[in-house]
Write a protein that binds this ligand. Structure first.
Ligand code: NAD
Length: 281
């Protein structure tokens, strides 16, 4: 058996066309969705991420601002700037690129973003809303994974889902979204005993650990859908996921590639969250 490849680039492109159409109709009514992206410091990977996010906004007709601040920007100055953006009517979404320099308290910064502009969905108010099943914003990466499952019409209700990784930005919200969609969910982490025993039970396996190719074919139930969130750079410069794609694709019924899988969906969901924030006003 060779798995269906869930093409994140193609799905992202399709969703971005819909976003562009909805954006144009808001613009016609006099309101242009706007995203502010704040970067502190010169981390090279973050520079690429923020540039991609801002370009994606422009491509769908949204307003965006990219602010680059020096690494020694004080926490107070950053909080002050976020407060101004919270009041700015042309801005519907605020994203502070993580990680922040060590002298800045990331939690305090995220909590200073108005929840209705927190398009990453990281504010405790939004994490709590997701937990009780009334999300305002779904965190972008797990939201993108759900759209990928939707795109293959996967019957999530009643399925056994295993999420490996329990971070606040991927693993935990992913598990919540699957639970709300009716799956029976197990969350594994680095302390989990006998990981294979869990993964082999999964109809849906979502992997977000940051450990290159850690999931091999023998750990996967035949016919499972495998969503690989990981992005790892190998010594030869190539990117790979947390799943050993070559071996697992012969066991799974559907699988996301890296690159070209979850990655392009994440930015697309950021656009969707920004659009929805603007539509609510
Ligand atoms: P994190 O480091 O915050 O969390 C990793 C989680 O994996 C932890 O809960 C840890 O306990 C668990 N873990 C680590 N090793 C494990 C093991 N051997 N067995 C079981 N669990 C294990 O990472 P994160 O921010 O959630 O990101 C995870 C991966 O996803 C990274 O590769 C990251 O680059 C990638 N990522 C991709 C996107 C995207 O858009 N595709 C977005 C966010 C993160």
């Amino acid at each position: 058996m060779s798995a269906q490849i869930i093409d994140g680039n193609a799905l992202a492109k399709k969703i971005r066309i819909e976003i562009a159409t909805r954006t144009a109709s808001l613009v016609a009514k006099g309101s242009k969705p706007g995203l502010a992206v704040l970067l502190v410091g010169e981390d090279p990977a973050s520079q690429v991420y923020v540039r991609n996010k801002v370009k994606a906004c422009e491509d769908v007709g949204m307003h965006s601002i990219l602010e680059r601040h020096p690494a020694d920007l004080s926490e107070e100055k950053l909080l002050q700037r976020i407060d101004e953006l919270n009041q700015d009517k042309s801005i519907h979404g605020i994203l502070v690129q993580l990680p922040l320099p060590k002298h800045i308290d990331s939690h305090r910064v995220i909590e200073s973003i108005a929840p209705e502009k927190d398009v990453d969905g990281f504010h405790v108010a939004n994490a709590g809303a997701l937990m009780i099943g009334a999300p305002l914003f779904r965190p972008c990466t797990p939201y993108g994974c759900m759209k990928m499952l939707e795109s293959i019409d996967y019957p999530i209700r009643g399925a056994r889902a295993v999420v490996i990784g329990a971070s606040n930005i991927v693993g935990k919200p992913m598990a919540m979204l699957l639970l709300q969609a009716g799956a029976t969910v197990t969350i594994c982490n680095s302390k989990t005993r006998d990981l294979s025993a869990h993964t082999k039970e999964a109809d849906i396996l979502v992997v977000a650990t940051g450990k290159p190719k850690m999931i091999t074919a023998d750990m996967v139930k035949p016919g499972a859908v495998v969503i690989d969130v990981g992005i790892n750079r190998l010594p030869d410069g190539k990117l790979c996921g947390d799943v050993d794609f070559e071996s697992v694709q012969s066991v799974a019924s559907a699988i996301t590639p890296v690159p070209g899988g979850v990655g392009p969906m994440t930015i697309t969901m950021l656009l969707l969250n920004t659009l929805e924030a603007a539509e609510r006003i």
